[in-house]
Write a protein of this length. Structure first.
Length: 228
């Protein structure tokens, strides 16, 4: 079980993939602090806000992802591109002979062209599978009609490439209807992805929801949606 802890929170917050986990922080300074701390933690820096699993700091933080801007999801950022390349390289196991045969033909063509240069040029006589994949500049396609479809597809990509276990989303409920939020949460539950939603205000009520609400005076309320 993944837990969120912070010195200003009197209780640990369990992030359960089978529940809708919402942390409402009405105090802007504390919200900014939590957001910054989560970023630092995922960058493997010491922070006040931490994620714990079985009593120890979560080690597999590469399986965490923090969305702070729903409208600028980069399906081909550096991390995802590296993971995509590794995935494709792994599928090429057993094709080394064919790859080398293709490269030998290209090597001969390039060697002939270099004869016309008044320069001494060294070229690599062999080709690594990773270099072979990068020659084709693979990118992740992302087609969607609305924000919900975009988020669902992004989660699918994160699960496939990062083996995503925990997704943190800032102010998700501000941009989706309650029906769309429910669809998104249901999808993540089906993919066994734990979702922590950070909200600056309490907006919707869901069944199977657990909430910590921090008001502007930093008073803490731990409840289910029916209790708030």
């Amino acid at each position: 079980m993944i837990q969120l802890i912070n010195p200003l929170l009197s209780s640990k917050f369990n992030i359960d993939f089978s529940k809708i986990n919402v942390l409402v922080i009405e105090n802007p300074k504390f919200m900014a602090s939590i957001v910054n701390d989560i970023k630092l933690f995922l960058e493997k820096n010491d922070t006040e806000t931490r994620f714990v699993e079985n009593g120890d700091f979560c080690k597999a933080i590469d399986k965490f992802y923090f969305i702070t801007d729903l409208f600028n999801l980069d399906f081909n950022n550096r991390v995802l591109q590296n993971c995509l390349t590794k995935k494709i390289v792994n599928t090429l196991n057993g094709y080394e002979y064919q790859i080398n045969e293709i490269y030998e033909n290209a090597f001969r063509i390039l060697s002939k062209c270099l004869v016309n240069l008044n320069l001494s040029v060294d070229i690599n006589p062999c080709l690594e599978k990773q270099t072979f994949v990068k020659m084709f500049s693979p990118t992740i396609q992302n087609y969607y009609d609305n924000l919900l479809e975009k988020l669902v597809e992004f989660v699918n990509v994160l699960v496939e490439l990062l083996d995503l276990k925990c997704l943190i989303v800032l102010n998700l409920q501000e941009y989706l209807s309650i029906e769309e939020c429910q669809q998104f949460y249901n999808h993540c539950m089906c993919r066994e992805v734990s979702v922590l939603t950070l909200q600056s205000r309490k907006k919707y009520n869901f069944e199977n929801e657990q909430i910590i609400l921090i008001d502007d005076d930093l008073c803490e309320i731990v409840a289910n949606s029916d209790d708030i």
